[in-house]
Write a new protein. Structure first.
Length: 191
């Protein structure tokens, strides 16, 4: 976060789309920061089971020190995502997306009068169009070229962008150097 100028202490809500490791295993270092440096409250919003899943991750990360030393210092709230709601002053809507057998939550979050759409992992199906329709900014995955199981391809991402010309897109979850022509870390690419 610090590489791109984001203050971890200024974050008051984290929206999780699903519990796959590539979307959750970076959280323990963030939690350390929130326990020992920026000690303000934080809310995690996500699919059903969010508290159990994240508490298990923290417990695996720190063992017996989690419950004995760290958990009492961590000012956290867990919220199962509802169809719509408000968390930390942000209004949001949840849209169920298609991602393998587990699915994924997409979120439309209202921030300062603008709409941010965030997909996490998803296939190019009708709920994704519903998620990004009319959003000011959409952060959407575009994993790589060709047919990719339970993910969106670069070609589908370009088509999605064409269907929603007024939305500004930011694509993430890109292959990073694993295929010819792949994006580099933090590289800006145009599709």
């Amino acid at each position: 976060m610090q590489r791109v100028g984001v203050d971890p202490g200024a974050i008051d809500a984290v929206f999780l789309t699903h519990f796959h490791g590539d979307h959750t295993l970076g959280l323990p270092t963030f939690v350390l920061h929130r326990i020992f440096i920026d000690k303000g409250p934080i809310t995690f919003v996500g699919p059903e089971g969010i508290e159990e899943r994240l508490e298990a991750l923290w417990n695996v990360s720190w063992g017996s020190d989690w419950k004995r030393v760290m958990r009492p210092k961590f000012k956290v709230h867990y919220r199962t995502a509802q169809p719509s709601g408000t968390v930390a002053g942000y209004k949001y809507k949840t849209i169920k997306l298609d991602h393998g057998s587990s699915g994924s939550n997409g979120y439309r979050i209202r921030i300062n009068g603008r709409v941010l759409a965030y997909s996490g992992d998803t296939e190019m199906t009708a709920p994704l169009d519903k998620l990004v329709d009319g959003a000011d900014v959409a952060i959407v995955e575009a994993t790589g070229p060709g047919d990719i199981f339970s993910h969106m391809s670069w070609e589908s991402a370009a088509e999605l962008k064409r269907r929603h010309p007024k939305t500004r897109f930011m694509f993430n979850h890109l292959y990073s150097g694993t295929v010819k022509g792949a994006a580099r870390d933090l590289q800006v690419v145009d599709v």
